[in-house]
Structure formats: structure tokens, C-alpha cells
Ligand binder design. Structure first.
Ligand SMILES: [Zn+2]
Length: 411
């Protein structure tokens, strides 16, 4: 008997079931956003299936996709997402997976470490940027720079709910003027609301809401740098924009799988990569030297966090060793290094599995190995309109699995 499978609905249902499993194991749901029909909302899906059942069903779904989905890009995108989800379930169920395989099998990218030389070169860039700041050596100058821009608590809350909310609206206008206007079709944008929270494992997060809007939350427990915060606005706003186009595509095409926005798949690599390239997309040239310094420092810290994640998860080094490394090469204070550990450590502070442990690679490599080179090439060939249309009008382009295929017109 031949039974055809409703692939998109099965995918949505399974994502919901897996989201209960990841939430139970780690406190974090696999599903980051959902804007589909009520009946398939993750919260209504069955709880308590065993990991074996879940993996078995996702694997059958992969066979179903091969049989039922005709568009190559759509099928490849969906199979890639399903493969990642299988690995997430197996990993959280306790299967021993080497960290390099975990990063590769979830995000479809290699686990790459930065050489000592690459780190030294970045330190030299930072050193250059900080010429003119007072301090007897680079560490003192970094400390001085960081201290003068520090913002936290009530002052941070005031800034986020006031000036940054206004700035975000301006960034929204820039997207409208420079990018949405060339797409050949309109998208609704009901904006981004800024909120503050405490006790989160991240510093900032974009929660996309059904109906073309987002809530951006900032963690008041974190000490931000005022110059870095402006960069965060661009990053988070681009997440919002990419979800706007995804929701529009879903509403017009009915492709139900797009109504589920999962974490820990090839999608995240492109999503973080485009978010980190938002300023290039918008042609923003910063004339504020402090923003350039903050960027140089952040890049160095991202690179050293990646190396520290490899120390902790792949090389069996201790948290103290990783903290020392981030202090020495990322020019962090002990407090800053300790707080960065929360995101990359294999275990959470309460001893559970850390859902975020493999995630750190998505930002840097999403930008440098995927989004930026293609964006630059398109810019060089006068093809930016087609670049943005490929990126935003076709959400199936947005995965490390399908990216090259989606942009093969550029070669
Ligand atoms: Zn992000």
C-alpha cells in the first residue's frame, strides 16, 4: 500500500514534539518562533515520546520529503533541517558525539579553530584602533575603553527603552528604503518592541511574534558596552526582517514548514550570518571611532570564545583554563570571561546539558564563509537587488545546506 505523507504538516508536528523534548532536557525549545495554524502550534503537540521514536519519525519524514517534494532547493533545505533535528535529539538523549561532529552534523559547517597567529593579528588590529587611549599597555587601554562605555542596570534599562527603541525604528526605515524598496513586492513590518529581562543565558534575543512583529529582549544582568549596543540593534533588526519575509512567503505559498523557525539547524548559520552583515547590507559606514574599537574588540572576543569552546568541548580542558584563555587573549575581565562561559560550556551552572554549547560557530562563520563573500561578489557585479531577492524572497536559500545552490546564478 502506498501512503502519501503530508510532509509539511508532519514536519511542523514533529518540531513541536521535539521542542518538548529539548525543553525538558535543557530548558530551551527547539522552536524559536511559530506563526502557523493553531492546531500545529508546538505547544499543542504530544509530549513524552521517546528519543528513539522521535528520531525514527524524523528519519521516515526524510524519506517522505524525497518522495513528495519536487523543488530541489525546498527538499534539500528541509532534509538538512531534519538531519540536524535528529542529531539534536540523539545528542540530548545522551549519545556520545564528538564536539566536531556535533557542530558539523547540526550546522553543516566544520568546527574551525583560529590559529595563534590569527588571534595575534586580531590583537594587533585592536592595538591599532586603541592608539591614543591612555594606559601603559594594551590591556590597560582596553580596560579604560571598556570601563568608559560600560552600561548596566537602571541606566541600561533607560537607554534600551528610550534611545535604542528610537534607533531601532530608524534602522527599520533604513531597511525599508534600501532593501524592501527593491524587492518588487511589499512586506508588512509592525516593528520591534524593546524589553528588558533578567536571568537569561544570553545578552540579547529577538523573539519573533506572529503578525509581522518582534520583541527584542536585553538582559539587564549583563554589562553592555554602549558602543556595542548600536551594533546589536542592527543584528537583531535583521533577524526581525528575515522573519518578516519568511512569514510573508508562508502566508502566500502555504508552505507550512516555513511557519516553524527551528534552532540548531543549518538555518541558524545563515540567519546569524545575515544578522551580523546587516550594516554592510544597509551600507552603514560608522564614523564614530568608538564603534570601530568596539567592533575590533568584539571580533577578537568572538574568535577567542570559539577557541575557548573548542578547549572546553573538544580538548577536555577545564572551565578555569578556558576563562584564563579568554582573559589573556580576549582581553576580558574575569567576570566577563566567566559570563561568556555560560554560552559555550558543555554543562550549565546547574549541571545539565548546555543547549547552546555548539552554537558559537554560527555567527562568525555564517558571515565570513557564507553571507559576506556572496554579498561582496553581488555588490561588485551590480547584482545587489537580485542578491536581496534571493535571500529574502526565497526562504529556502537561508540554510548552510542550500546557500551555494541558491546563489549559483552569481557564478
Ligand atoms: Zn542573532
Amino acid at each position: 500500500m502506498l501512503v502519501t505523507m503530508d510532509v509539511p504538516a508532519t514536519y511542523a508536528r514533529l518540531c513541536g514534539e521535539v521542542s518538548h523534548f529539548t525543553k525538558e532536557k535543557t530548558g530551551t525549545s527547539l522552536v524559536d518562533a511559530y506563526f502557523g495554524p493553531e492546531a500545529l502550534d508546538p505547544i499543542h503537540q504530544r509530549k513524552g515520546k521517546s528519543p528513539e521514536e522521535l528520531v525514527g519519525e524524523v528519519k521516515s519524514l526524510i524519506d517522505g520529503i524525497r518522495d513528495e517534494i519536487d523543488s530541489q532547493l525546498r527538499a534539500d533545505h528541509l532534509i538538512g533541517e531534519c538531519e540536524s533535528i535528529c542529531v539534536v535529539v540523539e545528542w540530548l538523549a545522551g549519545r556520545k558525539i564528538p564536539y566536531a561532529d556535533l557542530v558539523h552534523d547540526i550546522f553543516h559547517i566544520p568546527m574551525k579553530r583560529f590559529s595563534d597567529r590569527a588571534i595575534k593579528e586580531r590583537i594587533a588590529v585592536l592595538d591599532d584602533a586603541l592608539t591614543g587611549f591612555s594606559g601603559s599597555d594594551l590591556r590597560e587601554r582596553v580596560a579604560f575603553f571598556v570601563k568608559r562605555g560600560e552600561i548596566t542596570g537602571a541606566q541600561l534599562q533607560h537607554l534600551i527603552e528610550g534611545e535604542l527603541q528610537t534607533k531601532a525604528a530608524q534602522v527599520g526605515e533604513m531597511f525599508k528604503r534600501r532593501i524592501h524598496s527593491v524587492m518588487g513586492t511589499d512586506v508588512t513590518d509592525n516593528g520591534v518592541e524593546y524589553q528588558t529581562v533578567r536571568g537569561a543565558p544570553w545578552s540579547g534575543y529577538n523573539w519573533y511574534q506572529p503578525g509581522f512583529k518582534s520583541i527584542n529582549q536585553f538582559n539587564l544582568d549583563v554589562t553592555f558596552n554602549i558602543d556595542t549596543l548600536y551594533g546589536v540593534i542592527f543584528h537583531e533588526y535583521e533577524h526581525h526582517v528575515s522573519n518578516l519575509w519568511r512569514e510573508k512567503y508562508y502566508r502566500e505559498s502555504g508552505d507550512l514548514e516555513l511557519a516553524v523557525v527551528p534552532l540548531h539547524t543549518g538555518r541558524c548559520v545563515i540567519s546569524e550570518g545575515t544578522a551580523d552583515t546587516a550594516r554592510e547590507f544597509l551600507g552603514v559606514v560608522e564614523d564614530n571611532p568608538n564603534i570601530k574599537i568596539a567592533e575590533a574588540l568584539n571580533t577578537l572576543r568572538r574568535m577567542t570564545s570559539i577557541n575557548a569552546a573548542i578547549m572546553l568541548n573538544d580538548r577536555g580542558r577545564t572551565v578555569d583554563e578556558a576563562v584564563d584563555y579568554m582573559i589573556e587573549y580576549g582581553f576580558r575581565t574575569p567576570e566577563s570571561a566567566r559570563s561568556a562561559i555560560g554560552f559555550i560550556s558543555p554543562r550549565t551552572s546547574t549541571g545539565g546539558q548546555n543547549f547552546w554549547a555548539p552554537y558559537i560557530f554560527t555567527y562568525y562563520f555564517g558571515k565570513t564563509d557564507f553571507v559576506l563573500p556572496v554579498f561582496n561578489k553581488a555588490a561588485g557585479e551590480g547584482e545587489l537587488t537580485r542578491f536581496f531577492q534571493t535571500l529574502y524572497l526565497n526562504p529556502y536559500s537561508g540554510s548552510s545546506v542550500t546557500w551555494k545552490q541558491a546563489f549559483d546564478w552569481l557564478n
